[in-house]
Every structure is written in C-alpha cells, then in structure tokens.
Design a protein around this ligand. Structure first.
Ligand code: ZN
Length: 318
C-alpha cells in the first residue's frame, strides 16, 4: 500500500509523507486511534517508506528494502506486541533499548514499533523514555495506541502525535463499495462503525451480525409487553450482555434521534418502523433515562459487576 491508498488522509499524514524525503525524519511518533481506525495500516505504509531505498516515490514496492519489508523479516524493524499479556512490560522494552545502539543493517533507518503502547507499564514507559529523550539519529520509535492518556507526560511531550482521521459515514460507504459491499448491510455497518473502517468492514462481512442484533433487540421490544418474558430471555443471553447493551444503546439513541427529526443519523436504518413505534411510546425524557440506564450498565460491566445485577437494574428502567 502507498500513501495515496489512505482513505481520508489529512494534513498531518501528508506532512509525515513529505518528511520521508527530507533529512528531518520524525524520530518519535504516536499514532492514536480506536481499534479499526487505520493505525497499523498507516504506520505500515510509513515504515515501508522509511525502509525503501528508492530515490523516487517511496514506498516503491520493488527495491530490496520494500521486498524485505513485505516478507515481514526486515532486520531493521523491531516490533513489540503484548501478545497474551495484559500489558507491555519493562523487560520487553529493555530488550528493545539494548538493540538501539546497533546500527541498521540493510536500510538507512532502524524502526522500533510498539503495539498497544497505552498498555505499557509505568516501568516500561520509564525505560523507553531514556531512549525517546536521546535516540540515535538512525532510529525511529513508533507507538500505536488507542489513547495517549495512560502515557507519561514526558513521553507525550517528546513525540509527534498523529490522531487517526475520523471517517464520515459516506466515505465508509464508498470505501465498502470499492470492496464489493453495498446496500443495507453497508449502510448499517457505516452508521454503526463510529468512524472506523475496520469496524465497518467487520460488521458488513459478518453474515450473522444482523441476526444476532435482531435477537438482542427483540428482547428490548418484548420488555414493553412482558418484563418477565424479556428478563428470562435476557438471562438466557447473559453471555452476550456486552452486545445486548451496545445494540440497546444504539436503538434507544435512534429513537431519540427520530423524535428530534434527525433521521439521517439513525444507525439501524432497516428498523425505522420499529424505531418510530418505540419513539411514539415514550417521551424524550423517558428515552433519555433509558439511554442513561443502558450507559450505566455498560460502565458496570467495565467494572466487572455481576451480569444478573446489571440485568436487574436495566429491567427496572426499560
Ligand atoms: Zn522501495
């Protein structure tokens, strides 16, 4: 892939591309964005361009640097991944720092790529900080993270931060159509993806996604007639609680949007009749209370509250 392939590129990404052709390559970079927003894709294009030894457009795709990059075995690229662990530990970072003094072999530059950098322990960050403060001239340190907040201020202040571009619903729909995905499933995926192409693609290519959503939404609609029936169905789907909360949130938000006449922003575009019925049944304030209860349930899940307790609380409001 090349820089031209990036959907919705922005000034910062174009600046990054230009920097490759100068002797002012940015040494410490953070790509920040939620999963599926293109951090890895853009970082890979950038790293490939850094490894490219062509005098013309980078990455050229044919030089020895590009070929080594594509093989996944470029000796000047070092990647750290938390793997199955919950965090990126200090030992991994220390090993990386030890590699820094060795000059690149094949290319003019050496790259350290740290995935899930927001999950580095404080010790790991401190070990990295020394390197970020005074990196060897040939080294580029690239951090991929969902959110920069967990990073030390001293790291953030020494890095150039590239936030991932937020993709509009229309640009996701057009990107999906280039991949052969169109129609209602593309529209629902684009509306539900929160600006993330990766998420949209995952939704649109998952044949069971809509079926699972329908089953979970049906529980919310059943609750309007029989709370006991809804409660028992929800208990059966306890292992899907996180998806249930996500779809309920989205449906109730749609009902609020419908009431306010903002039909264009509705996520569940194929459920418009049910959304209308639901919106008619409740006042705006009641819908907002419902949405707050569902958001609260999401928070409780995050703090590992028991699923039966979460369901009890939800059913009291829905
Ligand atoms: Zn090349």
């Amino acid at each position: 892939m090349r820089f031209d392939d990036i959907i919705c590129s922005n000034a910062q990404i174009r600046g990054l591309e230009r920097s490759i052709y100068t002797d002012k390559v940015i040494q410490s970079l953070i790509f920040e964005g939620q999963p599926g927003t293109g951090k890895k894709t853009i970082a890979n294009i950038y790293i490939n361009a850094l490894m490219c030894i062509s005098e013309k457009e980078k990455p050229c795709g044919v030089c020895s640097g590009c070929r080594l990059f594509s093989s996944g075995n470029h000796p000047d690229i070092f990647e750290i991944d938390k793997g199955r662990k919950k965090s990126v530990g200090v030992e991994e970072i220390k090993n990386l720092v030890r590699q820094a003094v060795i000059r690149p072999n094949e290319s003019n530059r050496k790259v350290f790529l740290i995935h899930d950098a927001h999950l580095m322990t404080a010790q790991a960050q401190n070990a990295l900080l020394k390197l970020i403060e005074e990196p060897p001239k040939y080294l580029s340190i690239i951090l991929l993270c969902e959110n920069i907040r967990p990073l030390l201020e001293t790291i953030i202040s020494r890095c150039t931060i590239i936030p991932m571009p937020y993709l509009s619903v229309n640009s996701i729909i057009s990107a999906l159509s280039k991949k052969g995905i169109s129609g209602t499933s593309a529209e629902i995926a684009a509306q539900s993806a929160n600006g993330s192409m990766g998420k949209a693609e995952a939704i649109a290519t998952d044949a069971e996604y809509l079926k699972r959503r329908d089953e979970l939404l049906e529980i919310l609609l059943t609750a309007q007639n029989s709370k006991t029936e809804a409660y028992s169905r929800a208990t059966e789907k306890k292992d899907k609680l996180s998806d249930m909360i996500m779809h309920w949130q989205s449906f109730i938000r749609d009902a609020i949007l419908f009431k306010g006449g903002e039909i264009d922003n509705i996520e569940n575009v194929d459920k418009i009749i049910k959304i209308e019925k639901y919106a008619d049944k409740f006042s705006r304030d009641e819908l907002i209370s419902q949405l707050e209860a569902v958001c609260d349930a999401e928070k409780r899940m995050y703090y590992n509250a028991q699923s039966t307790m979460i369901l009890d609380n939800l059913m009291a409001v829905i």
